[in-house]
Each structure stands twice: as structure tokens, then as C-alpha cells.
Design a protein around this ligand. Structure first.
Ligand code: SF4
Length: 339
């Protein structure tokens, strides 16, 4: 799945940087609208209905220079978010970003990667002798844009040279070619988010297929990276166990049974907040995502807002299913958590 934007909006000073110049060169053609932003505000994205605004937002790239702000923290999984970009090309119905980017969820790409990496360096120095962990996909999936920017590759090589730092990211995309054969020095972990074929087909629009994600993970593994899988959101439906077992078998068959490296698994059951449900219904009024409160348990969250999670018995059943099957199929795999 190659991402091709319909419009690209450049902050004027972004054109002074090599990535900005290159993006202009790539997209300045008859099929793409180009805008030069005169102010910070983005007003050029159309849309007369929630779905239309959402789609037009997803079709838009905004190219900016990142100001020298502090990085956001990324607890508990990492110390800092690595802000190379924010936004995503995918259109997953359940996406956690749906309530985050307003009605027109465009992707912002930052062109001053050297400045951002200098900031990375200063955090690493500050925390020495402690290790510093950066997350490159906290508010984005960087992979579909990498072919246009090369900034993730640069960051991976930068961290590869830093003994006291590590980088991680997660993706639902398979265009990882430019990350192969580079000097990552085993300091980056790439996790692939996977799900049963039915859930991918029904809800993860605009992302790579399960097969392509698995193939990409194998190539990343063979290239010496650390890899992991986020399985989720797990949705309970008729035949869910069969479907998820097929997915795990496909993964095992492709990766090979005798995998030497440690592979991590994070398993996440489906949950929703009232705000997310309302937003999803606005964009996808006919969604079949299971979001009725009956059959769910309300769980108060860490940040003050509650979530609807599966009832205890269903969750226990799910935990047992994944624990047993991952253990059997991936004896060297490490389950980080099942929630
Ligand atoms: S790929 Fe990830 S970030 Fe992108 S829309 Fe899907 S869930 Fe959201």
C-alpha cells in the first residue's frame, strides 16, 4: 500500500531544508495540489461531512520546521517520543488517534531532522549513565512516509552510534526496504501490529495486508533488528479463536520454527472510551465495531477517563488462549503483557 497524498502544504521555511526541497520536487506535479502556508493555520483542506473531512485530512501532508521544543514524555514504554512526524496514512476505524487530530487528521512531517537528532543527543547526555529509550511511533506510523523523507533511517543510524540509547517503533505497514542494510547496530526494535485477517479486512483500511506485514517482519528480523508483535485490538467474534490461531500459525510458518532471537509479544484486547465511540460513529456511522456497553466492564483509567473493556471471564479466556498458543508456537517468544 503506497501512500500518495492529494495535497501537500509547505510552511515557507521548510523549503530551505533538503527534505522540504525534495518533497517539493517529488510532489510538484499535475496530480498533487501544492500550497505554501502563509501562517501557522491550515485552512486549505476541504470537506463537507465528517467522513469527507476525515478522508481529505488523511490525504494531506503538512511540511513544517519543528521548533526547538522539548520532546513529550512517553511513559511507560519509553522515556521520550521522537517527533519526526505526527499522523498516519492508515484509516483504522478503531484508531487511538481518531480523537487526537481534530476533524481533518492530516500528517505533519518535520524537515529539520538534524536539529531533532541534536536534541536526541542532549537527552542522551543528560540521562547518562542511564539508558535513554525513544519511541518513534507514539503519534504516528512513520513507515508509509519513509520513502519520501528517509528521516527514520537517519534516526536509526544515529541511535545505532549511541551506546546509551535505544529506539523503538510500531507499524502496520510493510515498506521497510530502505531500513535494511543500514547500521542500526541492534539498537532499534521494530514491532509489527498484527490482527486476524478478518479484523484487518474489516477495520484497518489503507494499511498493509497481514501477509505483507509478516513478510516485512521476517526481512527486518533477518537484517538483525530486534522485532516484536503487537497483537490487537483483539476482538471477540464468532470463530475468533480459529482466526487468531491461523494468524499465529502463519507468523510461525513464515518466521521459521527455530527462531534464535527473542521476539516480544504484546497482546491488547479491544476497549473504547465514550469519546472515541462518538467520534468513530461520526466518521463511520455504519461501523460494525463492537461498541455496545453491555457485555463490557467500565474501567477507570490512569488519566482520569474510563474505558469499556471486556468482562472478566472473556478476558481470562483470551489471556489463556494467547498465553498457551504463543508458548507452544514460539518457545523463545516473550510475552510482555496481555491486557
Ligand atoms: S495504522 Fe495505527 S495509527 Fe494508523 S490509523 Fe491504523 S491504528 Fe491508527
Amino acid at each position: 500500500m503506497i501512500y500518495i497524498p492529494k495535497r501537500v502544504l509547505f510552511e515557507e521555511k521548510s523549503l530551505d531544508y533538503p527534505i522540504g526541497k525534495n518533497l517539493y520536487k517529488i510532489f510538484n506535479n499535475k496530480d498533487t495540489e501544492i500550497h505554501i502556508l502563509k501562517s501557522n493555520r491550515v485552512t486549505q483542506i476541504p470537506g463537507d461531512s465528517p467522513l469527507n473531512q476525515y478522508v481529505e485530512g488523511k490525504n494531506s501532508l503538512v511540511i513544517r520546521v519543528r521548533k526547538n521544543q522539548e520532546f513529550q514524555s512517553c511513559k511507560p514504554s519509553a522515556h521520550y517520543q521522537l517527533p519526526l512526524l505526527s499522523g498516519c496514512a492508515g484509516k483504522c476505524e478503531y484508531c487511538y488517534l481518531n480523537t487526537r487530530f481534530g476533524n481533518k487528521p492530516y500528517t505533519t512531517i518535520y524537515v529539520n531532522v538534524d536539529d531533532i537528532l541534536q536534541k536526541v543527543k542532549s537527552y542522551i547526555e543528560e540521562r547518562k549513565p542511564e539508558l535513554t529509550l525513544f519511541e518513534a511511533a507514539a503519534t504516528s506510523d512513520p513507515i508509509p512516509f519513509e520513502q519520501y523523507t528517509g528521516s527514520l533511517r537517519k534516526a536509526i543510524e544515529f541511535i545505532g552510534n549511541e551506546e546509551m540509547a535505544k529506539l523503538r517503533l510500531v507499524t502496520k505497514f510493510s515498506q521497510i526496504d530502505s531500513l535494511l542494510g543500514i547500521k542500526h547496530n541492534g539498537r532499534t526494535t521494530i514491532r509489527f501490529s498484527i490482527n486476524s485477517k478478518k479484523i484487518i479486512d474489516e477495520y484497518e483500511h489503507g494499511t498493509s495486508s497481514l501477509k505483507d506485514r509478516i513478510d516485512a517482519s521476517k526481512r527486518i528480523l533477518d537484517d538483525g533488528y530486534n522485532i516484536g508483535f503487537i497483537i490487537g485490538p483483539i476482538i471477540i467474534y464468532e470463530n475468533w479463536k480459529n482466526n487468531y490461531l491461523t494468524m499465529l500459525n502463519e507468523l510461525r510458518d513464515r518466521l521459521g520454527q527455530e527462531i534464535d532471537s527473542k521476539i516480544s509479544f504484546e497482546v491488547i484486547s479491544h476497549r473504547f472510551t465514550t469519546a472515541a465511540k462518538n467520534k468513530i460513529l461520526e466518521i463511520f456511522p455504519n461501523t460494525t465495531l463492537p461498541m455496545t456497553e453491555e457485555g463490557r466492564k467500565y474501567k477507570y483509567g490512569q488519566f482520569g477517563y474510563g474505558k469499556y473493556v471486556y468482562e472478566k471471564d472473556s478476558l481470562e479466556d483470551m489471556k489463556l488462549f494467547f498465553k498457551d498458543n504463543i508458548k507452544t508456537l514460539f518457545p523463545k517468544g516473550e510475552i510482555e503483557y496481555i491486557i
